[in-house]
Structures are given as C-alpha cells and as structure tokens.
Design a protein around this ligand. Structure first.
Ligand code: SF4
Length: 283
C-alpha cells in the first residue's frame, strides 16, 4: 500500500543535451555491427548510462592506453580531444568515430585563432576537465585555466587578455569574473562560450523548482553541469535533494501528499528519471 501518495512530475526540459544525444547515437550505431568499440574516457558523466552502454559492448579506455591500440574503432565523446589523441590513434591505423560536440569544436577553433593572433588566453574552467584538456591541446597548453577568481593574481595580469569559458560553467560567475577584471583595469576581450543548453536549462529549472514542495535532482557525481544545475535547484527550492539513482531516495525527505519535481543534468538519461519517478510514486 502507498504511504506517501506523492504527486510527482518530471521536468519537461530535462534529458540529454544534443551533444550527448549525438555521441550516444553514434555509439549505439557503431555497436550494432558487434565489432569492438572503445570510448576514450566515459562517454557521459553518468554511471547508470555508462553501465547500460557497457552492457551493449562499449569499452572505456584512458588516454595513456591509446598507443597500445591498433586497427580498432575509437569513439571521441562530446567533450572533444586534443590533436595528440588523433595523432596517436591514426599512427596505428585506428578508426576514429568523432562525436565531439559542434559547440566544443567551435570553441577549440576560436581559441586556436586567438592564439595565432598572439592573444593572452584565460579560460574559466577546470584544468582537469576533458573539454579543457582538449582545448589546451590546440594551443600547446599556452593558456591560464582558473576555476575561482582567487586563483588569479590580479596585480600580475597582462594589460589585455581574452577570456573564454568551459561550455558548462555558470554564466553568473563568468559575468562576475568579467566585471572584476575590468575593475582591475584589465582590457578584456570577452568570449562567452558557455553552452546555451546549460544557460537555458538554468532558467527553465528555476521556474520548475519553485512549483514543488520537494525537488529530486538526478546526476552523476562527476558531472560539472550536474553540480551547477543542482545548485540552481537548491537556490530556487531548499527542499532539493541530489541523487545518482533511485536507490538513494530516502522516505524521510517527504510527508504524505508532497508535490515532488524531478530533474537532472544534461548528462542524465530520461530512462533514469522515469525509474526515479516510478520509485517515488511507489513510496
Ligand atoms: S552541454 Fe552544450 S557543449 Fe556540452 S555537449 Fe551538451 S550541447 Fe555540447
């Protein structure tokens, strides 16, 4: 018998962004003919979806294992790769299935152009994030990557710099960084390269979260935009809980009759949100 009788609704704007959909479609298509398929790094920052694709035959390898592959098929995920990854695989006659998101490709090209023009490149992002490693590879790692303003010595900055962002960063923090640099007297060439999928989701999420007593946000622990969008939910509705799968739901979060909204990161599959909805409706 149901004890909680929750009214549960899934966020209509939730689900994969088009870059992730494209990568997963390419993986599924390539797996259909049963030949070996490797993905360089996890295809998506979501363990549940990675396990589903692993069961279909997708194998994950890391960059340091590339030189051992010969005549294999390797998928590059939406985050993109530095030129060295292409070169290492092509040398041993491997086939690359390139699912780099077109938005990331555009960013890589923009940064490379700035570099050729002799600009000082600053990138707001995480130095260890695969997208950032890929971008840095196009300019011989000749850039400054920072994730917090405090990491920069404002007095030691060049007079002019070009500011880029990793695609999944917060637009508010990016704007705050721009303002701080301008106030410090730096001439900033601003390149807002934050993905619209993430900024649009933020607005839609804020409105969605306010309609519920509780919000369940579903994402992988490694997802950058998952962390960012979870914070957006939490700020809009303090009764927001982060989970990675339905097993992590705790009944003590709810009282009978609660209205509960479910949402997730751009790397959270809709099938996982459906499992969470089912679990909540059966509490
Ligand atoms: S978040 Fe944006 S840039 Fe990143 S994969 Fe998705 S669509 Fe592409």
């Amino acid at each position: 018998m149901k004890r909680f009788n929750l009214h549960v609704e899934t966020d209509p704007s939730a689900g994969f962004c088009f870059g992730v959909i494209n990568a997963i479609n390419k993986a599924e298509e390539a797996l259909r003919n049963k030949e070996e398929l490797y993905c360089l790094g996890e295809i998506v920052h979501n363990e549940e979806e990675n396990n589903r694709l692993k069961a279909l035959g997708l194998q994950t390898i890391q960059r340091d294992g590339l030189s051992h592959l010969h005549h294999k098929r390797i998928l590059f995920r939406a985050h993109g790769e530095p030129p060295a990854s292409y070169a290492a695989l092509q040398k041993n006659e491997n086939t690359i299935i390139d699912a780099t998101c077109p938005i990331v490709v555009k960013l890589q090209k923009q940064v490379a152009r700035s570099y050729r023009s002799g600009e000082h490149i600053y990138l707001y992002g995480k130095a260890t994030h695969p997208e950032v490693i890929g971008i840095a590879g196009y300019i011989n790692n000749d850039l400054v990557v920072f994730n917090e303003l405090e990491e920069l010595d404002l007095k030691a900055l060049p007079k002019q710099l070009t500011l880029y962002s990793q695609t999944t960063q917060s637009i508010d923090r990016f704007q705050c960084i721009v303002n701080t640099l301008l106030q410090a007297g730096v001439e900033v060439k601003v390149k807002n390269t934050i993905c619209r999928s993430v900024t649009h989701r933020r607005r839609a999420l804020q409105e969605f979260c306010r309609r519920f007593d509780k919000v369940i946000f579903v994402a992988g622990l490694n997802s950058s935009n998952g962390k960012f969008l979870y914070q957006v939910c939490k700020d809009s509705n303090p009764g927001t809980y982060f989970i990675s799968n339905a097993k992590e739901i705790l009944s003590e979060w709810f009282v009978p009759g609660n209205r509960v909204g479910i949402s997730g990161a751009t790397s959270t599959p809709l099938w996982l949100l459906a499992e969470v909805k089912n679990a909540l409706e059966n509490l």
